[in-house]
Ligand binder design. Sequence first.
Ligand code: ZN
Ligand code: ZN
Length: 534
Amino acid sequence: MFWADELAARLSGPQVVNDSKTPSGTIHVGSLRGPVILDVIVRALRAHDLPTTLLYGIDDLDPMDAQAMLTPDATEQWMGVPLAHVPDPASDGHESYARHFAGQFIDTFAGLGIHPDRYYWMSEIYPTGQVDPLIRTALDRAELVREIYRRVSHVERPPGWLPIHVICPTCGRVGTTLSSDWNGETVAFECQPDLVTWATGCGSSGRVSPFGGAAKLPWNLEWAAQWSLFGVTVEPCGKDLATAGGSRDRSDAIAREVFERAPPLNVPYEFLNIRGQKMSSSRGRGAAAHEIAEVVPPEQLRLLFVRPRPNQAIEFDPDGSNAIPRLFDESDRLAAATAGRQVKGELPPDHERVFAASLVDPAADLEAVGSAYRPPFAHLALLLQVPGVDVPSQMAAEKGAALTAAEQDLLDERIAAARAWLDAYAPPEVRIEVQRDALPAAAGELDQAQRSALEGLADRLEGDVTWNGESLQGAIFSAATAAGIPKPRLFGAIYLAFLGRPNGPRAGWLLASLPPPFVVQRLRAAAGPDTLTA
Ligand SMILES: [Zn+2]
Ligand SMILES: [Zn+2]
């Protein structure tokens, strides 16, 4: 069974699915795994007739702790301050640092077909007073919280420690304050210069009421508080948080023992790894979620996360590789299988459900989408590099009929993706240039057997041949057999004659993208005068 259906089959009654994110900087493409998993779970629950709400939260009262994201003079001023109160470093109209980076991330959601029923910002939730009863409970049970930290995670908090971070009324930092002495109305706080290494408190102290947005709960309590506030029943989390004695265990215990509520069902998921986790490719294209989403269309990006089970790590290395074309090939294979065609290779269990989960529209007609004409990505990337090719009419010719409106849209999307891929990520060997003006000098390397095979191919192509990739590929095979040479040697000869290099894309499709008279003339030129008299 598809993993999301397995999960849905275990649940009953109304469900609230939640996730939240700290917007501490540019968000890596791997962080989309959570939201995509969330959406796929929500769709599966709804498909099983469970009324389901999807929530997505921004933990924007968390302190600024990513120094790399600030200019040196801004560091002193803003480190330790809630992300919602730090100015937008890009000065492009967002209210805050948090709004800028969270916006960049959640702006990709709609394009991916992820539509939370509600977004919430913790900087807006605290001032409403909704969290106050939970803050009171946490402070009343501070000793129990300390005991849970000790028991579950072996983390020792000093005697008198309180589970609350006051926002310093003097300097505005939340990461630097330590609180004590809860009297049922106020807490004592100190904004300490050396409480943390990454921010310097101002040294002020006093008493404040921790309610109404003047303070926030520490992360583990805030997480558990969200579950109580919103009635969360399912919340997947990354494996870094899901380790034994880790953050999730701590929050689960706090939910049960402090807030007296069962924690939501966890769906731990593995990371997506990019070689070296670097954010920027050799050609300056990054691995930020919003940048990858500009190159990889939603269906293929969803498939990247949907195809493996959540507990499987994903290796994705788009830079200088064919990782992106392979994603397209896999979605085309699943589309073909969904339409009932034979495909090569093993299919995942319930492959139609996997294909459906990769589509942006949860209500898409699978049969129609699966049977639409889908131009192979690598082939398209090749055609786009051959001057003078009318790609849409070439595609209609290869399909054997006019493209439908949906197929034309899919083609447009793929053309844009292929251009962006060639521009940003494609490996050097897929970049080609047909040498139109003259026979490349490298064709001098051709031996006599290759020359004869090229001559034989020219003869065949002058005959009655359908000018498309498949048919020309067949003609090349026949010419190699007739000349008695292995096929790869004839392919190599064609690449030398047209591209001036020993390798290239599928030769039949390469030739089909060029005008027939030019192809025949070039084949004869490469074959040379010797073969005419041989
Ligand atoms: Zn901005
Ligand atoms: Zn302060």
